[in-house]
Ligand binder design. Structure first.
Ligand SMILES: [Zn+2]
Length: 194
């Protein structure tokens, strides 16, 4: 059903019924996620509503395999998500202040919330602030698949001799090559120069 994840639901009814809602939400439909960090993926959310100590609570369990953008090499970086945490649902800022401090609170204005917004809020807590491949990860991926448009290995440029006097080999001979003769000695062969 389209819009199921973002549909506003009555929190009191859900809490009284101790309802459990299960949804698969494409990351693109989660509000408030940093688009430059999150590339793609789908989030499996299971939210169990209930009441505890007079408060409405939701146990939010998230599973999924997201794809983030590594902020060092700007290539995709898989991130498995597996989290489960209780959230206290409050209907106003005043209720939030009255809530026990050890609880994470979520504001369900007028007693309504969308599962997508709740899931997004929880997901944000599980995401790294700056996604980065593990040490060496960027390099390994770069070796597998060069980024499109990246400069390839530069072919060795032949050093041209001084132009004009026709002595093309002069520059090369002038260069000190300490191992050239050594190699010849080791080979035991007299290398004739042309
Ligand atoms: Zn990277």
């Amino acid at each position: 059903m389209p819009g199921g994840a973002s549909k506003l639901r009555d929190v009191r009814k859900l809490a009284d019924a101790r309802a459990t809602l299960v949804l698969d939400i494409p990351v693109a439909e989660l509000p408030g996620l940093p688009g430059e960090l999150v590339c793609s993926g789908e989030l499996h959310a299971q939210v169990q509503f209930g009441r505890e100590q007079g408060f409405m609570v939701a146990q939010v369990a998230l599973r999924g395999e997201l794809e983030l953008i590594c902020q060092r090499c700007m290539r995709p970086m898989p991130l498995p998500i597996a989290s489960s945490s209780p959230v206290l649902l409050v209907e106003s800022e005043a209720d939030a202040e009255a809530a026990p401090v050890e609880w994470e609170t979520y504001l369900a204005a007028e007693g309504r919330l969308s599962l997508a917004a709740l899931a997004a809020e929880e997901l944000l807590l599980a995401l790294p602030v700056v996604p980065l491949h593990a040490d060496g990860g960027c390099h390994a991926i770069a070796a597998q698949a060069p980024a499109p448009g990246a400069p390839g290995p530069v072919p060795p440029v032949a050093v041209a001799g001084t132009s004009g006097d026709g002595a093309a080999g002069a520059g090369e001979q002038a260069t000190t090559r300490p191992f050239a003769d050594l190699r010849a000695l080791l080979d035991g062969s007299a290398r004739t120069k042309t």
